[in-house]
Design a protein. Structure first.
Length: 346
């Protein structure tokens, strides 16, 4: 093996899905697929989750949603929540993809495209609960709901969800956000029934704040075993991916492995702990396409070194590496370049 490998464990992914579903029940799991399933591969993630009976998928963008739909066929529900162009709206409607709507302008465009195509758009309406990351303001909500109900009567819309994002800065702020969310739900209910999907929480709040969960929970990183930066370990969940590089040269002071900053490993990770056949060792140097690991007894060319993983050989997790450079575990995974071969291990 001359190229580094990101080894992706399907069994761990499925085990994590089981653990997450048990934790959040009766809320339904929406597996989030953004950034090519956090660098693991969208097609692989959808195929595996589908085999486990997962019904909901969060694709973020329409393009990813279309790819997920190709895997799912006519089964499953896909939500693309980023504001999209008119051609993307058309494709989403043709492919039966739900659309997240966070502004009156976007709603108007969706209604127009649905009318022109003769299709009904399934929408999840977003209320801004204080994070200010897109979403309708509370003062806009009642009029927008009236517009949505009119669109339903005309046959262009179906309101299937209400959603928002949490800041997760403090429990008090999240409690205030939930109060705003529930008020928005109340207004919708008074206008004609409760949508099937109410979702406020992502990974961290879904895991630790059960009182905030709705009928659906959007969970990405935790399904892949990536814990929150500066957060506690996740009981019952394991990292799905491990980054493995081969020793290509032996030097007096250490072993040269075939991965470097060109492959997406920040040079600032010097000093991190990696896993070797003899346990944890320090990563002492990072060059463009190679790095140097502190020596261990009996090291030889061809030995496998775990740059990050589940800790079985003494290596750090992706999040632990990320914390050392003030970022999040997802960034370590998603910045890996195509030179890093993805290998699925069933």
């Amino acid at each position: 093996m001359s190229r580094p490998e990101l080894r992706i464990r399907t069994d761990r992914f499925l085990s994590n899905i089981v653990a997450v579903r048990e934790r959040i029940a009766p809320s339904a799991l929406m597996v989030v697929l953004k950034d090519d399933a956090y660098g693991h591969g969208l097609r692989w993630a959808v195929e595996a989750a589908q085999s486990a009976g997962v019904e909901w998928y969060g694709s973020y963008d329409v393009g990813s949603g279309v790819e997920a739909r190709r895997v799912l066929g006519e089964s499953g529900r896909v939500l693309a929540w980023v504001t999209s162009t008119d051609p993307e709206i058309d494709e989403a409607l043709r492919q039966g993809i739900d659309l997240g709507v966070g502004s009156a302008e976007y709603l108007e465009r969706i209604v127009a495209r649905a009318y022109d195509l003769g299709l009904r758009a399934r929408i999840h309406l977003k209320i801004d609960t204080g994070l200010h990351r897109n979403g309708l303001l509370p003062q806009e909500w009642a009029q927008t709901i009236a517009d949505v109900r009119a669109g339903e009567t005309a046959g262009q819309l179906e309101l299937v969800g209400i959603w928002s994002h949490l800041a997760e800065a403090s429990d008090a702020e999240d409690d205030e956000a939930q109060a705003a969310f529930l008020e928005a739900v109340r207004v919708v209910e008074e206008s004609g029934g409760t949508p099937e999907a109410l979702h406020l929480t992502a990974s961290a709040a879904s895991w630790w704040r059960p009182e905030l969960r709705g009928s659906v929970s959007r969970i990405g990183a935790f399904c892949y075993g990536v814990r929150s930066a500066d957060g506690p370990d996740l009981d019952g969940l394991l990292p799905v991916a491990e980054l493995v590089a081969t020793v290509v040269e032996i030097r007096d002071h250490g072993a040269v492995i075939a991965i470097g900053s060109f492959d997406g490993i920040p040079s600032t990770l010097v000093g991190a702990t990696v896993g070797t056949p003899e346990g944890p060792r320090e990563l002492v140097r990072i060059d463009m396409t190679t790095s140097v690991v502190a020596a261990w007894p009996g090291m030889q060319v061809g030995d496998a070194v775990r740059v990050f993983g589940a800790g079985e050989h003494g290596e750090c997790s992706a999040t632990t590496l990320a914390e050392s450079i003030d970022t999040v575990g997802e960034e370590i995974l998603t910045r890996l370049t195509p030179r890093v071969r993805r290998v699925v291990i069933e």
